[in-house]
Write a protein that binds this ligand. Structure first.
Ligand SMILES: NC(=O)c1ccc[n+]([C@@H]2O[C@H](COP(=O)([O-])OP(=O)(O)OC[C@H]3O[C@@H](n4cnc5c(N)ncnc54)[C@H](O)[C@@H]3O)[C@@H](O)[C@H]2O)c1
Length: 259
């Protein structure tokens, strides 16, 4: 399992030409790979992230690409408004990628502060930004949204209680929106990444989780993918090639979910 050693990203020229695409978490990992892939394929990317420093480096290193940085905490209405304003009245696609991990705690060890932070960033921020973007898509009669969940959004053995519940919530939000807005020309899909080499941080703080999850993971988890492999799955669903896909949960995980 895992084919990152032999896979090379191939740009589809013009796939996002003329499109404005919002990508959150654009300053690292899967979000950054997604933003770069879209921009290389002709899209104008509103690149949102809490790290102004890493966004500035991204823009500086890719001057030829149409990357519009918006720095701020995406769980605040202030940053949501700044993202919509930077787009300038039209958003063709939205990739909700920003997210954080938990500490693998099972429910009896859950810390309120971490639970709230995980839900605020993984779920509430995604809801708020999508709530602000959908009216523009309804006005245009078209739009594609990809929400990044996780293997933890489709199984119980990939993280702690908070992250697992938050990523299941992402799947639920995606499916509800697919049903609500499908007849209006909007598509909502989920990508559930397996392990991927990125900057995401996770501490394994729970002894129960270590005893229970580590053997399951050692038996099943595939070789981690590269962020650009996840960008390939996300941009497929974001682009017009995703036509006829609405409410799908695409496990991009080297086959883990098939086990
Ligand atoms: N890496 C994996 O193995 C993996 C597996 C499954 C799911 N995911 C999911 O993929 C998504 C991307 O994660 P990644 O692995 O690329 O991690 P990453 O840490 O490399 O990138 C996440 C980015 O989101 C940004 N961010 C965090 N909180 C933010 C906030 N409040 N406002 C704005 N930006 C914020 C960070 O600054 C960072 O640049 C996440 O939703 C994560 O849960 C990752």
């Amino acid at each position: 399992m895992g084919n990152e050693a032999i896979w090379q990203e191939t740009i589809t020229n013009g796939r996002f030409a003329g499109k404005t695409v919002v990508v959150t978490g654009a300053a690292s990992g899967i979000g950054q790979a997604t933003a770069l892939r879209i921009a290389k394929e002709g899209g104008r990317v509103i690149a949102a992230d809490i790290s102004k420093g890493r966004l500035d480096v991204l823009v500086e290193e890719n001057k030829s690409l149409a990357l519009v940085p918006v720095a701020g905490d995406i769980s605040t209405e202030e940053t949501v408004a700044a993202v919509v304003s930077a787009a300038g009245g039209r958003i063709d696609a939205l990739a909700n990628v920003a997210g954080i991990m938990d500490d693998f705690a099972p429910i009896h060890e859950v810390d309120d502060e971490l639970w709230d932070r995980v839900f605020r960033i993984n779920v509430t921020a995604l809801m708020r930004l999508t709530r602000a973007v959908v009216p523009l898509m309804l006005e245009a009669g078209t739009g594609s949204v990809v929400n990044v969940s996780s293997e933890a959004g489709i199984r119980g053995s990939a993280a702690g209680a908070a992250y697992t519940a938050s990523k299941h919530a992402v799947v639920g939000l995606t499916r509800n929106s697919a049903v609500m807005y499908g007849p209006k020309g909007l598509r909502f899909n989920t990508v559930a990444p397996g392990p991927t080499f990125t900057g995401i941080e996770a501490t394994f703080a729970s002894q129960l989780a270590t005893e229970r999850l580590v053997p399951l993971m050692e038996a099943n988890v595939p070789t981690p993918a590269n962020a650009s492999q996840l960008a390939a799955s996300i941009t497929f669903l974001l682009s017009d090639d995703g036509t006829n896909l609405n409410g799908a949960v695409l496990a991009s995980d080297g086959g883990w979910s098939a086990i």
